[in-house]
Design a protein around this ligand. Structure first.
Ligand SMILES: Cc1cc2nc3c(=O)[nH]c(=O)nc-3n(C[C@H](O)[C@H](O)[C@H](O)COP(=O)(O)OP(=O)(O)OC[C@H]3O[C@@H](n4cnc5c(N)ncnc54)[C@H](O)[C@@H]3O)c2cc1C
Length: 437
C-alpha cells in the first residue's frame, strides 16, 4: 500500500525545481538512499512495518533499529550529507536555509522508515555546537557532526514546557565545579544518547542571563549523579522519548557550552533552528502522502469506478495540494529572507525574523497535519490501520504541533512581536520567554 505506482507520473515532483547548484548534492543523497538506506529498510521490513516489532520488550526502540539508524548516520557523515546544514568550519556542508529545504524535502520525501537518519536532527549535530569551546571539539563536536555519536537535548520538565522561566533544574557553583540537580521530561533519545546537552538555571532572577547550558558524556556520568528514567509511550510509538534525572551531579567548569548566563540565547537560537527545519520535513512528508493518496484514489474501485472520480474526493486531494504548496512557498520565502543578511546563526538577527520563523513552523505543522488527516480519510479503513505509513505520518503530524514550541506559542510570539504585548512585568521579549524544544 505504501509504495507508489512506478508507472504513475507524479506532477508534484516536477514542481520541486531544486536549483542547479544542488544537482551533485541531491544525486549524492539519492545514492546514499539507494545504497545504504534501502537495503537496511528491506532487511528490517518486519520491524519497520510492525509497531510491536519496532520496539523491544520494554517498549523502547529495538536495538536493531537503533543500530541501522546509526549505520546510516555514519554513512551519511562519511559522504558529507549528515551535517550539510552546519558551517564548513565545524565540518558541515555550509548550506544555507533555502538550500537545506530542497535537501530535507528530498530526504523526507522517501517516507517514514529509516530515511530520516540521513540528516542530523534533534539527536545529532544541532547548531548549539557553534557555541562549543576548543576543548569540546574532539570529544563532542566532531563525532556529532560526523554522525558517529548522538545527543539528547534536556530543556523541558514535568512542570516547565512552554515557559522556560518555570524551570526548576538548578546548577550551583561548588568551588570550580557545578552541581546539577533536577529532572527533565519528554526527552528525545533519552536512552541511547552518548552526549547530553542540558539547560539549567544558574543565576535565578536574572532574566535571560539566568540560564546556562551544560554538555557531558552520558556513559561517564551514568549512576554517578546522572540517571535515566522510564520510557514515555508516545502516540506515534517512537520508543525514544523519556525522562532523565540529575542527583547533585558534579560537573567541571569545562562542561559549560558557551558562557555561564548565555544559555537562553543559545536555546532561542536552537529553537529557531528546530522551527526552520520543519519546512523541508513537512514538505517532503506531505508530498509523500499526496502521491500515495493520488495512487490510491486512481486505483481503488468503489461502485465500479475509481474513487477519485468523485468530486468530494477530488476536492480533498486539491486541498492537500493547496496546503502543501502554500506552506512550501512560505518556507522558501522565509528562508530566503533569513539567508539574505548572512548565515542564520550569525548574531545579531533582524528583529522581525523570529516572527517569520514562527509563521513558518505553524504554517508547516498545521498544513502537514491537514494533509495527513485527508490522506487517512481517502484511504478509508486501510488508513486507520496502525502499521501503515499513512497512519504513522498522521500520528507524527499531530505530534509535530507540540514540540519545538506549540502552535499557540508560535501564534503568541507572532502577535506579541506585532505589538500585542501588554504585560509590562515581562522583561524579556516574547521570543525569549516562550520556547519549545
Ligand atoms: C515527542 C516529543 C518529543 C520531545 N522532545 C523533547 C526534547 O528532546 N527535549 C526537550 O527539552 N523537550 C522535548 N519535548 C517537550 C516539548 O518541547 C514540550 O512538550 C512543549 O514545549 C510543550 O510544553 P508542555 O508539554 O509542558 O505543554 P504546556 O506548556 O503545559 O502547554 C499546554 C498547552 O497550553 C498551551 N499554552 C501554554 N502557554 C500558553 C500561553 N501563554 N498562551 C496560550 N496557550 C498556551 C500550549 O500551547 C499547549 O497547547 C518533546 C515533546 C514531545 C511530545
Amino acid at each position: 500500500m505504501s509504495s507508489p505506482d512506478p508507472q504513475t507520473h507524479h506532477p508534484i515532483e516536477a514542481e520541486l525545481r531544486p536549483p542547479e547548484r544542488l544537482e551533485e548534492t541531491l544525486a549524492r543523497v539519492e545514492r546514499l538512499y539507494r545504497d545504504v538506506v534501502v537495503p537496511r529498510e528491506q532487511a528490517l521490513s518486519h520491524r519497520l512495518s510492525n509497531e510491536r516489532a519496532f520496539l523491544d520488550d520494554a517498549g523502547k526502540l529495538h536495538p536493531e533499529i537503533i543500530e541501522a539508524r546509526r549505520e546510516i548516520m555514519r554513512a551519511a557523515g562519511e559522504q558529507g550529507i549528515y551535517s550539510l546544514h552546519l558551517p564548513e568550519r565545524l565540518g558541515g556542508g555550509g548550506l544555507d536555509r533555502e538550500d537545506m529545504i530542497y535537501v530535507e524535502e528530498k530526504v523526507y520525501g522517501y517516507g517514514v522508515k529509516l530515511n530520516p537518519a540521513m540528516l542530523s536532527w534533534s539527536e545529532g549535530a544541532t547548531p548549539r555546537l557553534l557555541y562549543c569551546h576548543d576543548h569540546q571539539q574532539e570529544q563532542f563536536v566532531a563525532p556529532l557532526v560526523r554522525g558517529e555519536k548522538t545527543s539528547l537535548h534536556g530543556v523541558t520538565e514535568d512542570g516547565a514546557g512552554s515557559n522556560l522561566f518555570d524551570m526548576k533544574t538548578r546548577a550551583t557553583r561548588r568551588g570550580k565545579d557545578w552541581v546539577l540537580s533536577g529532572a527533565k521530561a519528554y526527552i528525545t533519545n533519552a536512552f541511547d544518547a552518548d552526549i547530553a546537552q542540558v539547560l539549567a538555571i544558574t543565576d535565578p532572577g536574572q532574566g535571560r542571563r539566568s540560564f546556562t547550558y551544560f554538555m557531558f558524556d552520558t556513559r561517564e556520568y551514568l549512576n554517578k549523579g546522572y540517571r535515566i528514567g522510564r520510557v514515555f509511550q508516545t502516540m506515534f510509538g517512537d520508543g525514544y522519548t523519556g525522562e532523565i534525572f540529575f542527583d547533585d551531579m558534579v560537573l567541571p567548569e569545562s562542561a559549560v557550552i558557551g558562557e555561564p548566563g548565555q544559555g537562553f540565547d543559545i536555546a532561542v537560537m536552537s529553537f529557531n533552528y528546530t522551527r526552520m527545519r520543519r519546512a523541508g520535513m513537512c514538505s517532503g512528508w506531505s508530498r509523500y502522502l499526496i502521491e500515495r493518496a493520488l495512487d490510491r484514489v486512481k486505483h481503488r474501485q468503489v461502485g465500479n469506478r475509481p474513487l477519485g472520480a468523485n468530486q468530494g474526493i477530488q476536492w480533498m486531494i486539491a486541498d492537500m495540494y493547496v496546503d502543501w504548496l502554500q506552506a512550501r512557498s512560505l518556507s522558501l520565502e522565509v528562508a530566503r529572507s533569513i539567508d539574505t543578511p548572512g548565515p542564520w546563526y550569525r548574531l545579531p538577527r533582524p528583529k522581525d525574523e523570529v516572527r517569520r520563523i514562527c509563521a513558518l513552523k505553524v504554517s508547516n505543522d498545521e498544513s502537514f497535519y491537514r494533509v495527513a488527516d485527508r490522506a487517512l480519510q481517502v484511504f478509508g479503513g486501510a488508513g486507520v490501520m496502525r502499521d501503515t505509513d499513512i497512519n504513522k505520518l498522521f500520528q507524527i503530524a499531530r505530534n509535530l504541533r507540540i514540540p519545538g514550541g506549540t502552535d499557540e506559542v508560535q501564534r503568541t510570539t507572532i502577535a506579541e512581536t506585532l505589538g500585542l504585548r501588554f504585560d509590562p512585568s515581562k522583561s524579556a521579549p516574547a521570543d525569549d520567554r516562550l520556547k519549545g524544544s
